[in-house]
Design a protein around this ligand. Structure first.
Ligand code: KG4
Length: 334
């Protein structure tokens, strides 16, 4: 089964062609990072305009790389939400036009299901599992007992972890998106600054990162006022140590509480080397850990094609041409 995946929920225009939910024939990604860098974050109107410029070329490139024809496609899977509404609309409309022109079945896919299913490209997803979903907009702990069965058990009460990374990066003068820069510098420094570990209470699987972010901002401002120099590498290492300790410990605590031994990590922050290292170093005996390769961690259409494939197998309900983008779509079981 050849699935065409389309992703445009934020600042990446991406089209992929994937066979049987596994074999990635093409995964073309046009990133707007350079365009938004000077604004220190994604500007929604600018993002949607660039999706319009790029989408046809990204489609063409994907078919060229995959070496297949539009007629060969069996299913079209597109991110219908959540995300920036103007950005989502470009992908959804492109998918509808393609499905209509070539008379192909169409389904809408949840962006976070896409991140989770990025793991199915290189690994076998074994159930039940706990998914730690960490991105620029989300931080969630999800129990999955089967394909497309999602039970959100914990989530952030304030900032998403990627958002905290980006804000901390900005305060120490690193470019957008800050996560990869903080990660790199963290490996050059030591955990010397005393930063809080926010566990809320013992029973909770929720997260909170705004206090940690404010602690970093206050520390930087106070040191500047005293004329002291901030050791950016050590600060990045200290911030990363706090974040990864809480993420990893809560994930294992939930897994033990649910008697689950399969763990997957998903979303842009799953590209974080410190997080991977901590998971691997503290993995309990008998646990399985899956983290996608870096190219599948951040937004891409291959993960949407793969999620679309499994969603279709579980529930072959198709979308019609009334399919619309939904900026605040909830993650639902199928
Ligand atoms: O999943 P994603 O591509 O977009 C959505 O939010 O859906 O995630 C982007 C986020 C950004 O906040 C970025 O800073 C963060 O993922 N990120 C990282 C790393 N690579 C990307 N955060 C920490 N360490 C990284 N290596």
């Amino acid at each position: 089964m050849l699935v065409l995946g389309i992703e445009s929920s934020c600042d990446e225009t991406s089209v992929a062609i994937v066979r049987d939910g596994k074999e990635v024939l093409a995964n073309v990604i046009n990133s707007q990072i350079k365009i938004h860098e000077r604004f220190g974050g994604v500007v929604p109107e600018v993002a949607s305009r660039h999706h319009v410029y790029q989408i046809s070329m990204v489609f063409e490139e994907a078919f060229k790389v995959a070496g297949v024809k539009p007629e060969d496609i069996d299913l079209v899977a597109v991110t219908e939400g959540p995300g920036l509404i103007g950005s989502l609309l470009i992908g959804v409309n492109a998918a509808k036009v393609f499905a209509m022109m070539y008379k192909k079945p169409l389904i809408g896919v949840h962006h976070l299901a896409g991140h989770i299913y990025a793991n199915a490209i290189e690994h076998e997803m074994k159930f039940p599992l706990i998914a730690l979903l960490v991105s620029g907009g989300n931080t969630e702990l999800i129990l999955m007992k089967d394909h497309f069965n999602f039970e959100i058990i914990g989530e952030t009460l304030d900032d998403a972890v990627g958002e905290a990374y980006d804000k901390v990066a900005r305060v120490v003068g690193l470019p957008y998106p800050g996560g990869p820069h903080v990660d790199r510098l963290a490996h050059l420094g030591k955990d010397t600054y005393k930063l809080p570990r926010v566990y809320l209470d013992d029973q909770s699987f929720n997260f909170s990162f705004s206090g940690l972010k404010s602690a970093v901002i206050n520390l930087v401002h106070n040191m500047k006022q005293r004329g002291e120099e901030v050791n950016v590498n050590d600060l990045c290492a200290s911030f990363q140590a706090s974040v990864t300790e809480v993420l990893v410990n809560k994930t294992f605590a939930l897994a033990k509480c649910q008697r689950v031994t399969n763990i997957i990590v998903a979303g842009g922050v799953s590209a974080n080397k410190g997080l991977k290292e901590r998971f691997e170093a503290t993995l309990p005996e008998g646990f399985n850990l899956c983290i996608p390769s870096i190219k599948y961690c951040t937004d891409n259409a291959a993960m949407i094609a793969v999620a679309g494939y499994y969603q279709y197998l579980k529930n072959p309900t198709l979308a019609d041409l009334t399919l619309n983008a939904n900026a605040s779509l909830e993650l639902e079981s199928k």
